[in-house]
Ligand binder design. Structure first.
Ligand code: PRX
Length: 631
């Protein structure tokens, strides 16, 4: 048995001893009494009665040995700036931010919503919340006001932290109008908004009585020393919203001690990073990858982390490799979409820089197609490791583990089960185990390992009903992904079992897009499906039935109507959810019992065979779909 398989075996068969040992990787203010408490399945409580703090482990703990080592390097190719914080400087910056936040009456257990671009203050604010024992909820800065409002109403934050603007490809996104709209829509708006004014939005004017200027308050609180709140291991560290089958995103609630331990173990075994080295993760702080591997993971592990604001191809397609060379990055983490974007550029950009510091490049978030995997592997001459996980788990489920044994990459596969995950590939029909080469639903036998979601924020029932009810006779966590294992044990991911799509690595529920489309007054009915896209992986495509036909009776009016619907999606969810097209039909393909034939619709949209159509109510619907698709 290989070292990786042996580690996995021990993590399952000798679960508590395994995790008790891993728990030594972090600082405990008070040692835990019980490794795992599992009296109320599927709710797992790890390291019970242990007291720790994420900020302390990410920052304070390194002061003695690494005070002068860079902790955070912020590079913005949007503003043309770069700045480094040593661990000592990061400690000071986080303390200042924590004092400013605490002065607003925020304390242990209170929520703080962060709606921010990729600026260092976003990292300071996350760590400051962790320091205070406050629960942060970062809302991706590209989401629209309405998405922000629904998260506000669910998390009920005391404070919102934002900036005047973010930048993307030279275009400014002004946050104040979005925040104004979000607070207007919300039922439980926070009373105060802390604004980091970067001086980008010339129209930004603080709203008296609501907006607080971070720079001024930071001056006031400079030099503050804010005590660390020692949290019981199972107290929440953050909430991160993610999409599912329904239109209402779920608040994934993360614990504290288990998360710190799991991240620390993953940094060593999986990412093979060494304290003192540099990690470059190209995600956004608004996503789970940003939480785990821009902020908490590398810092807990004593590495230098890079926070990058900008595109992968600006000023040119060599920018990321330039950063790798200049900062001597040893671990890099990006997405398949970024890889496909770079693949379309001149390969000379890759040859220009010295990549000798880089040991591994990890990719996750969406399927990595074999040609892109092969191309990147050959182009950089380093192992490109596809690994698979979810917002819910917070850290990898399937991966190779080059920290334990050299990576044997198989193109198209994210590898083997990661320690801690008791994975089962089950036949959908009867929950029996799929044979090698047979497609099954990827499930995890609970208890979920440390660091995975503890519940849906404020809704234990939804946690159980959403994730643990796929197979009625067994309590199993469903990943909602199809998988397949080959004879050598490599697992392949074959797409979602539910209606979630993955656009450029961004997870979006088709139901959410349908609701946004339907917000347009002239839409009677709509179906949104994901269709394959050569760069973004998938793109949403909408089929809509209008109420008033006269609005689409000429080509011009039809185009106008389509633009209006797209604008409604931008307005409700943000540009990342915008369908590729809105195609108008007079009826949607449904079964006689009124269920939408979504799979058939998607198959047709991708030019495939629509499958079994014996249950269709009106075959004319399909003809119309073929017609609008030009087939
Ligand atoms: O469908 C799987 C896909 O992305 C989903 C999780 O997305 P998110 O919650 O945004 O978390 C991303 C964390 C990296 C999964 O259910 N997915 C993620 N990684 C892969 C993947 N699909 C195929 N291959 C992967 N490596």
């Amino acid at each position: 048995m290989g070292a990786c398989a042996e580690l996995h075996r021990r993590s399952i068969h000798d679960r508590e001893a395994f995790w008790a040992e891993e728990a030594r990787r972090i600082h405990w203010h008070r040692r835990f009494d019980t490794v795992l408490e599992y009296s109320r399945p599927p709710f797992a409580r790890w390291f019970v009665d242990g007291e720790t703090n994420l900020c302390y482990n990410a920052v304070d703990r390194h002061l003695a040995d690494r005070g002068d080592q860079p902790a955070l390097i912020h590079i913005s190719t949007e503003t043309g700036t770069e700045k480094t914080w040593t661990y000592r400087e990061l400690h000071a910056a986080v303390n200042t931010m924590a004092a400013v936040i605490a002065a607003q009456g925020v304390g242990r257990g209170d929520r703080v919503l962060l709606y921010m671009p990729m600026i260092p203050e976003a990292v300071f604010a996350m760590l400051a919340c962790a320091r205070l024992g406050a629960v942060h909820s970062v809302v991706f800065g590209g989401f629209a006001a309405a998405s922000c409002a629904s998260r506000i109403d669910d998390a009920k934050p005391k404070l919102l932290v934002t900036a005047d603007a973010g930048l993307r490809g030279g275009r400014a996104i002004h946050y104040q109008p979005l925040v104004n709209e979000a607070l207007r829509l919300a039922q439980h708006p926070p009373r105060k908004v802390l604004v980091v004014n970067r001086g980008i939005d010339p129209d930004f004017r603080p709203l008296a009585g609501r907006d607080l200027d971070y720079a001024a308050l930071a001056r006031e609180h400079r030099g503050a020393q804010v005590p660390v709140a020692w949290l019981e291991s199972n107290e929440p560290s953050y909430i991160l919203y993610t999409s599912g089958t329904t239109g209402k995103p779920k608040g994934v609630q993360r614990d504290t001690g288990g998360y710190a331990v799991a991240l620390a173990a993953s940094m060593d075994y999986l990412y093979a990073g060494k304290p003192g080295e540099t990690m470059f993760t190209t995600s956004d702080v608004g996503w789970v990858v940003g939480h785990s591997y821009i902020v908490y993971g590398p810092l807990i592990h004593g590495m230098t982390t890079i926070l990058y604001e900008g595109l992968p191809i600006r000023p040119d397609a060599g920018i990321w490799w330039k950063i790798v060379a200049e900062k001597k990055v040893s671990v890099m983490f990006s997405s398949p979409t970024a890889a496909r974007v770079l693949k379309k550029q001149d390969p000379a950009y890759l040859k220009q820089y010295d990549l000798s510091s880089l040991r591994h490049l990890f990719l996750a978030g969406e399927p990595l197609d074999e040609p892109t995997h092969r191309w990147l592997h050959e182009a950089i001459g380093k192992p490109v490791i596809d690994h698979y996980w979810q917002t819910e788990t917070g850290w990898p489920i399937l991966s190779l583990a080059p920290g334990i044994e050299p990576a044997q990459v198989k193109y198209g596969s994210p590898g083997f089960p990661v320690f801690g995950y008791d994975l089962k590939l089950l036949r959908e029909s009867d929950a029996t185990e799929a044979a090698p080469g047979e497609k099954g639903v990827l499930t995890i036998r609970p208890p979920l390992p440390p660091g995975c979601m503890s519940t849906v924020w404020g809704d234990d029932e939804r946690f159980v009903n959403t994730y643990f009810r796929t197979f009625p006779k067994q309590l199993l966590y469903s990943t909602f992904d199809w998988g397949l294992r080959d004879a050598e044990g490599y697992t392949f991911i074959l797409g979602r079992t539910d209606d979630v799509i993955n656009v450029a690595g961004h997870r979006i529920g088709t139901r959410e897009i349908e609701e946004a489309v339907q917000s347009h007054a002239n839409i009677a009915e709509v179906a949104v499906v994901g269709v394959a896209d050569p760069v973004k992986g998938q793109m949403p495509l909408a089929f809509a039935v209008v109420k008033d036909q006269s609005k689409i009776d000429t080509e011009e009016r039809r185009a106008q109507q389509e633009q209006e619907v797209l604008a409604a999606v931008d307005h409700h969810l943000g540009g990342i959810a915008r369908p590729k097209r809105v195609l108008f039909v007079s009826l949607l393909p449904k079964t006689r019992s009124g269920k939408l034939l979504r799979r058939s619709l998607q198959a047709l949209a991708e030019g495939r065979d629509p499958g079994d159509l014996t249950t269709i109510e009106d075959p004319a619907a399909l003809e119309q779909i073929r017609g609008v698709l030009g087939q």
